[in-house]
Ligand binder design. Sequence first.
Ligand code: COA
Ligand code: ZN
Length: 321
Amino acid sequence: MSALLNKVSDRLIVQEVSPRDGLQIEPGWVPTEDKIALIDGLSQAGFSRIEAGSFVSPKAIPALRDGDDVFRRIARKDGVIYVALIPNVKGAERALLAGADELNMVMSASQTHNRANMRMNCEASLAGFADIVSLAGGMDNVSLNATIATAFGCPFEGKIDEDRVMRIVDDYLQLGAHAIGGITLADTTGMANPRQVARIVGRVLQRLPAAALTLHFHNTRGLGLVNVMAAYEAGARRFDAALGGLGGCPFAPGASGNICTEDLVNLCEETGIETGIDLPLLIAMSRKLPALLGHEVPGQLAKAGRNGDLHPIPAALQAAA
Ligand code: COA
Ligand code: ZN
């Protein structure tokens, strides 16, 4: 696990997932050109990792059926890792052909959600991942990440046993210490709370270093950024977030947006945590989303402006001065 050797710094790494998690649930078709323009804009904003699409069944997620085209036509920026979400070997083959830098394999901690989302049980997902490791695990220019969806709660099963999450982490690590570059814990429908997050992050960081762990929070119950802070304080350093707070899994009832990238970056700036991301550019991009998608987006900073965006003093007060 080469990522394991990286020294942990205070910097918070944001992986931007709006082109994948954000767009997968959009009811309207976003043209390929617009997806490419979105990703190209994000590449200029300072992200080191962008989840640019998924290679899943086009019947399951019609909104991302043009992933092959998108990956081939984006303007790749040096130093940016372009990640593809995949459910199975067929997805891995398509993603490799299209030039993805990292394959993100996804399975749920909950059997019920895995069957709703992936139409197979967890054992079948894991068996497929072993085949993906055989296919891509030894490749020099491709890394593998493994996600545990519904790790903090499931909309069908409710609470998820924390020991089960640890067993899945161990299952993933056993796929090959050199094969799996990272593990993501995903809160698919925003059921996590900060104390649970701190506990689970603490346990996972006994198994792998911070550089190899990503947290993926949704803001469905308003706890997204609180959970980020709890995870950060517990030692986590990598977080998924989506421009505008877009996102959600179409196979999880009640799903809603990821934590909002510009809200997260603002939190980091206000608390003195470095991200390397161009916040004014992000805000400008986020403000274009309603026109692109035909609806308002949940993010708050793009509406409110930054703390430093001051308003004119009321005329009556100026006159009195
Ligand atoms: N990419 C494109 N097509 C795929 C595919 C992939 N990764 N995997 C399967 N297919 C195609 C098969 O070729 C087959 O096509 P056909 O009907 O033209 O013959 C069809 O899909 C059914 O294949 P099967 O293996 O029986 O899949 P399934 O219907 O049981 O669905 C998944 C299983 C995993 C492919 C599907 O549930 C899926 O894509 N889930 C992902 C959902 C998702 O992205 N959720 C949000 C992110 S977590
Ligand atoms: Zn998600």
